[in-house]
Design a protein around this ligand. Structure first.
Ligand code: FAD
Length: 276
């Protein structure tokens, strides 16, 4: 099965982390990603690391997308950051609102990702291919499922080229989301975000924070493995490969992997999907 893939990394905090991420990227480049993306800390807290990692990926002759969050930002800062990215040769952005740590007011001149998308288009025309975030299981702060879907459609219509979803384990949530978005006139690709399962506690923590639902049968199986990491990884590979297989069979436009800067699980899932 051949499907377009992309890989997401976070900016490493230490020189050791940066060296390890270089090896991770080399392991994954064999799968010929359409692009690799690098996350961006809300409030610009990781700007240097994000832009630095994006620059390394471009130097490795792989297309790179910089995530870009606008919460708390001023138009002047965003304008400067966009100019810096263009000067680096970056042609792809994942445009986000982002989340400020609790205790910070929202502030800033942008309220939603749609404001950022519209601003980027107004300021830079077609200089960037813009991805936005999608939530098949509904963004945790949404007023309602319908309001979230309307907000998603408005965000795409503000000028996005495509979307990447939050991770999910229930393919039906994704299929329904895409059908509903199409009914609202969204024709752009909606690429499923895939989270390999490698650790039970980490997955529970992330999923609580971002509103991704872990089905009961997966949660209980993971809990039952306790500290047996080999069993967790083996189960995770089976579950996520089956999910990807189901998505690919349905004709999804690509798979975007949340690699957590690790190559092993993502590479094994892709090997199982694309046997050589
Ligand atoms: P928005 O699209 O602005 O939506 C945020 C909320 O506001 C939703 O509840 C929506 O329903 C609501 N809303 C939108 N427009 C309106 C409106 N006009 N009126 C009323 N309500 C509205 N976070 C990071 O900090 N850094 C990253 O690099 C990062 N990368 C991500 C990549 C992907 C693929 C995904 C799925 C998420 C990522 N996130 C990242 C997390 C993201 O920043 C959070 O989920 C954040 O809470 C929402 O960002 P958004 O761009 O989806 O916001």
């Amino acid at each position: 099965m051949t499907v377009a893939v992309s890989f997401e990394f976070f900016p490493p905090k230490t020189p050791e982390g940066a060296a390890k991420l270089r090896l991770t990227r080399q392991d994954l480049y064999g799968f010929k990603p359409e692009f690799c993306s690098v996350t961006f800390g809300a409030g610009g807290s990781t700007q240097e690391g994000t832009f630095g990692t994006v620059g390394e990926i471009l130097a490795e002759e792989v297309d790179a997308a910089s995530h870009f969050s606008c919460v708390g930002a001023s138009k002047t800062t965003v304008r400067e950051q966009l100019a810096a990215l263009r000067a680096m040769g970056v042609r792809r952005l994942v445009a986000l609102r982002g989340d400020l740590p609790s205790g910070y007011g929202m502030g800033g001149e942008f309220h939603y990702a749609s404001d950022l998308v519209a601003f980027i288009r107004a300021e830079t025309g077609d200089a960037f291919h813009i991805e936005v975030a999608a939530y098949p299981e509904i963004h945790p702060q949404a007023k309602s499922a319908a309001a979230d879907l309307q907000a998603f459609a408005a965000k795409v219509k503000a000028g996005a080229n495509s979307a990447i979803t939050q991770y999910f384990f229930n393919a039906d949530a994704y299929f329904r989301f895409v059908d509903d978005a199409r009914r609202l006139g969204v024709d752009e690709p909606v690429v499923p975000g895939i989270m390999p399962i490698t650790s039970s506690t980490q997955l529970m923590r992330f999923s609580d924070a971002c509103g991704a639902e872990i089905p009961r049968w997966i949660r209980l199986r993971l809990q039952g493995f306790g500290d047996d990491t080999d069993s967790i990884k083996s189960f995770g590979l089976d579950v996520i490969t089956a999910l990807c297989d189901q998505l690919c069979t349905a004709g999804v436009p690509g798979l975007h992997f949340y690699t957590m800067n690790q190559s092993a699980a993502t590479a094994e899932i892709l090997r199982r999907l694309q046997p050589v």
